[in-house]
Design a protein around this ligand. Structure first.
Ligand SMILES: Cc1cc2nc3c(=O)[nH]c(=O)nc-3n(C[C@H](O)[C@H](O)[C@H](O)COP(=O)(O)OP(=O)(O)OC[C@H]3O[C@@H](n4cnc5c(N)ncnc54)[C@H](O)[C@@H]3O)c2cc1C
Length: 454
């Protein structure tokens, strides 16, 4: 499909046009992701036929944010409330972005220093839990270097990247390297790119944190007299809880209307492509930028699953938002694929050497997912202003795997302090001082007002 002219790149005007759109509930009939095929035995697990009427903590959502929140409450800081925690999930376990993403657990090389260092710490925490600690979680972990290629569409962007890498090398030494030499680019398997940035520590991994059950939450109301929040579900009654953790990322504005326009639901397209050569693995974890019609934050990405019965060496290739109307902004529906985007993604052999002369790869599966794009670019984490006992972490802007685990853990620290009758604001300050949270992620009335003006 290389000869079809690209639509105009998504612009800030399109963002404005959709920014007012509020998320809906997750649709009941999502596309099926390759990661979740075959379905996990716990996907439809319900721990109780009826919901309890009360709980200390209700967690809404069962993705990676919820998983790391729960993990903190269970292991790192065993809370007396843990046995009184309920997780509510609208569909099947982990059926949001976490179960349908690109599989990149990679530090954002283009982020500024403080943010990059935070992501490195989160990456290390995940690595410790997944593969380096006492237990080993089967999550197809593979450490590779990240190679991000730049094509000719955005020459100016490429010059900017080179300037930044040069600056950063003073801080990071050889960890990030610009490659422009034709032979070396060939060695990276990048076809026709004008250059690439290769990191010394880029890593790729996947995580499927499974938790609980099909229970959409439709509202949170405060019972001031009783000092609790009332979590209303669509068809399973309500639960009264002191603390409610909203871990619904792209869907956050459906429950918390104030997030409308602050965290914009954004549909992302993924494909699983059939590799040609048995046993061959992609050398790197790839980013592809500056391709036809791409601009700004839009990029394609590719990683490969292992050659085993489940993974089948599938090449997981996503992005193509330049082919999606309005870049997918404002869309919280993951029940359909965008054909033009799928076709573009199948063209991968035209951009990376995947061991074939064919121009397209066979499609094993195509699916979409909903990301949460933050108005000011940073996640929103902490206590919801004006709603006592409601805690939020959302808005990872398509880059949650090296942010959400740290944000979920941080909510665990805050809720744990609140449950123990301690000053959670003090806990928040301590987290920021110790680097387990970043100031720019903190959810506050001031930040909401400021972002509204952007
Ligand atoms: C196509 C795609 C590709 C991506 N690729 C990458 C990548 O390669 N690397 C990377 O770092 N990040 C990537 N991301 C982003 C990353 O997946 C997310 O940032 C991260 O998974 C968010 O995790 P979460 O737990 O906060 O949200 P989610 O995983 O979305 O979980 C939220 C859960 O809440 C549930 N829910 C929502 N509303 C309600 C309600 N009212 N009641 C009950 N339950 C509800 C949903 O069903 C869902 O299961 C990608 C995302 C997508 C969609």
């Amino acid at each position: 499909m290389g000869d079809i002219p690209p639509p105009s790149p998504t612009s800030s005007a399109t963002h404005q046009q959709h920014a007012h759109l509020r998320a809906t509930l997750p649709v009941p009939n999502p596309t099926t992701s390759h990661w979740q095929t075959p379905e996990h035995r716990l996907a439809r697990h319900r721990t109780t036929p009826n919901l309890p009427t009360e709980a200390d903590i209700v967690v809404i959502g069962s993705g990676i944010t919820a998983a790391f929140f729960a993990l903190h409450m269970l292991i790192a800081d065993p809370s007396p409330a843990f046995n009184n925690m309920v997780v509510l999930e609208a569909r099947t376990m982990c059926s949001g972005a976490t179960g349908r993403n690109g599989g990149h657990l990679v530090v954002d090389g283009s982020a500024r220093k403080e943010r990059r260092e935070w992501e490195e710490r989160v990456w290390d925490m995940v690595a410790e839990i997944a593969v380096r600690g006492g237990s080993r979680i089967e999550c197809e972990w593979r450490e590779v270097r990240n190679a991000t290629g730049w094509w000719g569409w955005d020459r100016e962007g490429w010059e900017g990247v080179k300037r930044r890498v040069k600056r950063d090398r003073e801080v990071y030494g050889e960890n990030y390297r610009v490659v422009e030499d034709e032979d070396e680019l060939k060695g990276l398997d990048l076809k026709g790119s004008m250059g690439a940035v290769v990191s010394g520590w880029g890593r790729a991994a996947t995580l499927c944190p499974y938790a609980l059950m099909e229970t959409p939450v439709v509202g949170i109301e405060r019972d001031e007299a009783a000092g609790v929040n009332v979590v209303k579900t669509k068809d399973r009654g309500e639960i009264r809880a002191k603390h409610v953790v909203v871990a619904t990322n792209g869907y956050v504005s459906q429950l918390l209307e104030r997030f409308t326009g602050l965290v914009v639901p954004t549909q992302g397209q993924m494909t699983a492509l059939k590799p040609v050569e048995e046993g061959r693995l992609l050398k790197h974890d790839y980013g592809l930028e500056g391709l036809k019609g791409q601009s700004g934050l839009i990029e394609d990405y590719a990683v490969q699953r292992p050659w085993d019965k489940v993974g089948q060496g599938a090449i997981m290739h996503g992005g193509a938002r330049q082919w999606v109307k309005g870049g997918g902004e404002g869309v919280s529906d993951d029940s359909y694929n965008v054909d033009e985007a799928v076709e573009w993604l199948r063209d991968l052999p035209q951009r990376i050497d995947v061991g074939t002369h064919a121009s397209q790869l066979e499609l094993l599966k195509a699916w979409t997912g909903v990301m949460g794009y933050s108005r000011d670019g940073a996640p929103w984490v902490g206590a919801m202003p004006g709603m006592e006992g409601v805690w939020v972490s959302a808005g990872y802007t398509g880059h949650g795997m090296t942010n959400a685990p740290g944000c979920g853990r941080h909510l665990g620290i805050l809720v744990s302090a609140a449950l123990r009758g301690q000053d959670w604001r003090e806990a928040e300050r301590k987290s920021i001082a110790e680097g387990t949270m970043l100031q720019e992620f903190v959810l506050s009335e001031e930040r909401i007002a400021k972002a509204g003006l952007l």
